[in-house]
Design a binder for this molecule. Structure first.
Ligand SMILES: Cc1cc2nc3c(=O)[nH]c(=O)nc-3n(C[C@H](O)[C@H](O)[C@H](O)COP(=O)(O)O)c2cc1C
Length: 198
């Protein structure tokens, strides 16, 4: 009787042992297990395309900073002046209005996220005013911040430094700047994201 019980016990222990050893190894703390938010502003769609790629790779939540229609119309007028080769004086009033900015209040909770990607087009060698305004309104202290910018060929300017200044208390990772003429490959994006968030 006891001998049989002992054999059954051995068999049960053997089965449990086999199950444990075939379990997949503990997964690394991957990007899918982190709460990722991708906040961006985009005027012509380049930063938006970049943000969507990051969203697809990280499975993060995407949020576009919203500005009033008049703000966009003012940028359109400024761009039309550039295209016509208008004088600096003529453009001055439109340029000034770029910094007179109101954005729609952020409707999510920053506390729900660990890692926040911040994306902007480069305007006048730095991040665009809507992104500056977002960073002034939302305290990212204690978060991991990952900057990304899209530029017209003159590089990121002082955008990464400015993001760091506006996110005091956050851990700011290496940003990625892309030119509107060269979208990075998925491989390069994945490498940058992995380095930034792991
Ligand atoms: C008002 C304004 C200012 C700009 N200033 C710069 C600049 O200083 N350096 C640069 O490389 N590109 C500059 N650009 C080009 C944009 O950074 C570039 O086209 C970017 O890819 C646009 O991103 P978006 O499509 O997300 O708006 C400027 C564009 C605008 C509308």
């Amino acid at each position: 009787m006891f001998k049989n019980l002992f054999i059954i016990l051995l068999i049960v222990l053997f089965i449990i042992g086999c199950k444990e050893s075939t379990k997949s190894p503990k997964k690394d703390y991957t990007m899918k297990s982190k709460n990722i938010l991708i906040v961006y502003f985009s005027y012509t769609g380049n930063t938006e395309a970049f943000a969507k790629k990051i969203g697809k790779i990280t499975n993060g939540t995407i949020y576009k900073i919203q500005v009033p229609q008049e703000y966009i119309e003012n940028v359109d007028k400024l761009m039309a002046c550039y295209a016509k080769g208008d004088s600096e004086e003529k453009m001055a009033k439109y340029k000034k209005k770029l910094y007179d900015i109101e954005i729609t209040k952020f409707d999510k909770k920053i506390s729900d996220y660990d890692i926040i990607f911040i994306g902007s087009p480069i305007w006048d060698r730095t991040i665009s005013p809507p992104v500056v305004e977002f960073l002034k309104q939302n305290n990212l202290a204690g978060k991991v911040v990952v900057p990304f910018v899209s530029h017209g060929g003159w590089g990121p300017g002082k955008s990464f430094e400015d993001i760091a200044k506006l996110t005091q208390g956050a851990t700011v990772k290496d940003g990625l700047a892309i030119s509107e003429r060269s979208i990075p490959t998925e491989k390069k994006l994945v490498e940058w994201i992995n380095k930034a968030i792991n």
